[in-house]
Write a new protein. Structure first.
Length: 83
């Protein structure tokens, strides 16, 4: 039996594809940052799939925020170690 609902990873890929016009409009210096956001969302795809939300964009945003929170916590720890 096949799945009747697309997976979170499928939705994430479609959403990234839909956002490509925005990426094309960005200045060159921001394009890698844009790509990195979707890479970070992909990092947490397993957990985000458990949300099984009717609005998968929420899971994408939470995944990106979680990754950024992790980075902030690591940077704060490095700053405290230096101080």
């Amino acid at each position: 039996m096949g799945r009747t609902n697309p997976t979170y990873r499928d939705y994430l890929q479609r959403f990234e594809d839909q956002c490509q016009p925005m990426r094309r409009g960005l200045r060159h210096q921001y394009k890698s940052d844009f790509d990195h956001l979707f890479d970070r969302a992909q990092t947490h795809a397993d957990a985000a799939g458990y949300l099984n939300s009717t609005d998968p964009e929420l899971a994408i945003l939470l995944s990106i925020l979680l990754a950024q929170e992790h980075d902030i916590r690591k940077l704060r720890a490095q700053l405290e170690a230096v101080s």
